[in-house]
Design a protein around this ligand. Structure first.
Ligand code: NAD
Length: 282
């Protein structure tokens, strides 16, 4: 399977990073968003990211222009009809994704692979909504996409070996390292990470250690580049709570219960960096 043309649906935080990464690897990218503003912002973001690389002499001006020249943008989904792979990276909303994926399924050529970048919705359930279930897979990128080396490939129950191998090759082609995960709430990385952060919040709430000491402990004791509470502030406490609730309900297991302090902080509007206050002040 040779991938030359990629469609990216959704030009937000993840979409523009995915588009930049694919086009930097030589692929042609069509980026679609319902919002013209989002597309404009995405192109500015990609331009700024590439300028930074030019400044650091990691990219020539000529290559930068070539990369930008391989991206086209559109507000109509039909613009991706002829791509080899369509990567859906629109807003995390089940109804919206089901509608988008069904539309894409009807538009794309019979051999095209349909990919979603969802962080929390079941790949098996989304695959069941399209006719090309065996050509459907989750490709979970990490933020910021141009910097983070990992891609989780999430196989739904229906995903074929051919689709999986094709997307493993695509991940490598765009400079990422893929790991393979069976569909389950939180996939693998968030399934491990979020309960760890939740435990750090329990430890704080029980007065076992201060926030600064918990973070220092995990940085110096476990070689983590950032402490769990500072990371929670970065992710956003509302997002973290939503993820933990998906685990709690998805597994029906009390070990995933969100820390009461997390719930209270979200209720207070202390959401981390984005609200100026979380476990730390910003
Ligand atoms: P975002 O809000 O930054 O961007 C979403 C974009 O989708 C917006 O520009 C919006 O206009 C667009 N959109 C909405 N409806 C659309 C439609 N019908 N057609 C085309 N575009 C549409 O969101 P994001 O953070 O980039 O997240 C996108 C996806 O990536 C979500 O599924 C999320 O779970 C997943 N994800 C996010 C992160 C993260 O750290 N932000 C990490 C991994 C995966």
């Amino acid at each position: 399977m040779t991938v030359k043309r990629v469609g990216v649906i959704g030009a937000g935080t993840m979409g523009n990073g995915i588009a930049q990464t694919c086009t930097a690897a030589g692929l042609s990218v069509t980026m679609v968003d319902i919002s013209k503003d989002a597309l404009d912002r995405a192109l500015v973001t990609i331009g700024v990211n590439l300028d930074r690389l030019v400044k650091k002499e990691k990219l020539s001006t000529q290559d930068k222009e070539a990369i930008l020249g391989r991206i086209t943008v559109a507000t109509e989904l039909s613009a991706v009809a002829d791509v080899d792979v369509a990567i859906e990276a629109a807003t995390e909303n089940t109804a919206l994704k089901l509608k988008l994926l069904r539309e894409l399924d009807g538009l794309l050529g019979p051999d095209a692979i349909l990919v979603t970048n969802t962080s929390s919705i079941s790949i098996t359930m989304l695959a069941a909504a399209v006719n090309r279930s065996e050509k459907f897979i989750g490709m979970h990128f990490f933020n910021p996409v141009p910097v983070m080396a990992l891609v989780e490939l999430i196989r739904g129950l229906q995903t074929s070996d051919e689709t999986h191998q094709g997307m493993e090759a695509l991940a490598r082609q765009i400079g990422k390292t893929p790991i393979t995960v069976r569909n389950n709430p939180g996939f693998a990385v968030n399934r491990i990470l979020c309960p760890m952060i939740n435990e750090a919040i329990f430890v704080l709430a029980e007065g076992i250690a201060t926030a600064a000491d918990i973070d220092e402990g995990m940085k110096l004791g476990c070689n983590h580049p950032i402490g769990p509470l500072a990371l929670a502030d970065m992710i956003g406490l509302d997002t973290l709570l939503a993820v933990l609730e998906v685990f709690y309900e998805g597994f029906n297991d009390s070990k995933y219960r969100p820390a009461p302090l997390l719930k209270e902080m979200v209720a207070a509007g202390y959401l981390g960096r984005k609200s100026g206050r979380g476990f730390y002040q910003y």
